[in-house]
Each structure stands twice: as C-alpha cells, then as structure tokens.
Ligand binder design. Sequence first.
Ligand SMILES: Cc1ncc(COP(=O)(O)O)c(C=O)c1O
Length: 386
Amino acid sequence: MSPKRSSRGNIPPFIVMDVMREANRLEANGDAVVHMEVGQPGTGAPAGVTNALHDIMKKDHMGYTDAFGIPALRYRIAQHYFETYGLDVAADNVVVTTGSSGAFVLSFLASFDLGDRVALASPGYPAYRNILIALGINVIDIQTDSSTNFQPTRPVLEQKLADIGGPIQGLIVASPSNPAGTMLTNDELCDLVAFCNRHSIRLISDEIYHGITYGEAAQTALAFGRDVVVINSFSKYFSMTGWRLGWMILPNNLIRSVECLGQNLFISPPTISQHAGMLAFDCKDELEANVARYSVNRELLLRELPRAGFNRLAPADGAFYIYADISELTNDSADFCHRMLAETGVAATPGTDFDLGRGHRFMRFSFSRSEAEIALATQLLINWQR
Ligand SMILES: Cc1ncc(COP(=O)(O)O)c(C=O)c1O
C-alpha cells in the first residue's frame, strides 16, 4: 500500500488555469488563440520598472529581506493609501507578500481556526474557497445575483446568517469583484464593515482591482474601520502578474502572528520583485494608459457581444471581466467554452470556476489584452456558427 494522500489536498482545480493550459497547447501547435480566459494584462511591467532593474541588480545581491518586506517599500505602500484614499496608514501595518495569493494563506491562517466558518459570495474568485477548504475552514456560500450587483450586501449576509442559524468568523469581499466586475457602493461597504465589527466577524477585503474602474473610484474598506484585513497586489493595476508580489494592511492584533507565519512559510517575498514594486508607483502614466485600454475593450464588448448572442451581461463597473449569463445558449458552460476555443480560437472561462451551483449557465470573458485582440475575438464570436 502506498503512503496516504491528504484529504486537504483534495480541492477542485483552478479551472481558468486548466483552460489556459489547453489554450497554450493549441498555440504551441500553431493554432491562433485569443486569450480571454485569464485575468492577466496583455502588457508587461511598466518600462520605468524594467529599465531600472539592471542597475539595481548590480547594486543589491538579492538576498532575503525582512519577512514583512523591504522597509522602504512598506513606507511607499503606506504613502499610496494617503495619495489614493487620503488615509493615514502606518508602515508597521503593511506586509509585503508573495502576490495576493500569499496574503490569503497568511491572513486566513492568522484569522481562522480549523472548523471556523467564513462566508463569501458566489460567484466569486475560486481560490478563496479552495484555499479555505485546504486549510480546514468551512466555506459559507452566499449566492448573489444581479439584484444585488453580485455582491454580498449586509441584508444578504444577515439573511444568510439567519438561514444557517449561527455565527460566522469571517467574510471575504472583493469590490470590484471577479468574475462580475461589480462594486459595492461606499454605503454598502461601510454597512458591511460596521456589521462585521458589531458581530466580531473578521472582514477580509480583496482590493486587487482598485485602480481599474470605469465610473467612481473604489473606496478601501480601511476608510470605514481599522479592524479589517485589506489585501492588494501588483498583478492587476500594476500589470506585474508573474512578479508574484502583493501586500496586506493588517489590524494591530494580527501583526505578530502573520510575521511568524510569513517567516516560516515564505521567509520573505521575492526581493527583485520588491525593488520592481517600489518603482512601479512612479509609472502612473503608463498604468493609466492600460486602464484607458481596458475601458475601450469594455465598451467594445458591451456593444458587440450581444451581436454574437451574449445578451445578458453584468455591467463590469471595474476589473477587466464580463460575466455573461448564457442560459439561453447552453446548460453546460464547460462544454460551451471548450467548443468555443476549438471552433473559434477564443478562450474564455466557464462559470463553474466561480459558482459551483449555477456556473454551468455562465461564462467569463477577460478583456485585459490588447484592443486588436479583443476586436478580433469579437469578430470571431460574431461569425461563429454554433
Ligand atoms: C479577485 C482576485 N484576487 C486575487 C487574485 C490573485 O492575484 P495574485 O496574482 O496577486 O496572487 C486574482 C487573480 O486573478 C483575483 O482575480
């Protein structure tokens, strides 16, 4: 008999990564593929970052840093909160992490015990659920829909608590969200923060899509209370997915345990990426040009996707996704996306990645690539003889 395999490793795949692997395989075989599956900017890191790195590498031997990151970067991130939201954040509360993904592991471990209950919206980013399950934390699904903009507002949360008949220890929100790109209003976010404070629920606010909005700018949960965990990343607005760099703003009572967890799990975030992150804050012009491109792509898709038969689209207030209700086209979004990739070369993600119960009737288009690619994909979809 072979040695055992843990049940904690028995989690669902991150489907978008499976779709990307298939799209990459087709591309390697010489097929043309338009990548609308993965939430990854078509651009690389800003030129101001890449141009300066060679010199930095000559000066710094790229050893480990403090577990919480290079102090100058922690100060720079704290300053970002003043510049962007007018808030004073102490550098001591800033933790640099290995992507926001690393921040999820650290904050979930520091905040929750085995068997605790953490609520999150469905549809939602699949890794929240899958990491929580791997850590032995119970996931409470809050089914959301277009009536609350796919967000778990306070009344929706209260109803859920009444239904399950008991307390929860945590709530994860993302505004703008993935996959719907929808946002909580400031009042709704404030209401949720106050409710979580009153009920000793740890609110974790994933703010990774801040900076990529098409109407009002997103507000940070920190504006409404300091007992929240705020998570952000260099992957989306800063266009640096593969650098694997993110950050958290922690409440005081989590600082030491996150430090001990970080020291043991990761030692420190990648040093070269931390230098890059510091430079990225000075590349606003290039980064804002990226957002302008997403905005053009968004308008094109909202206008043209209905011509391809995709009529029921979430409004995409922010991020770079359009979540489409395709129940008029299929009852099996995985098969639909598979056929779409094979027959048109356009890769997109089935809703089953984001919503276990209803995702078979939805799919997500990412519009983070170039305008030319998105225009081509639109044409291919309009011409697709399903
Ligand atoms: C909502 C959300 N949070 C977190 C992540 C992970 O990002 P990172 O590259 O910072 O680990 C993603 C990636 O798509 C995301 O959509």
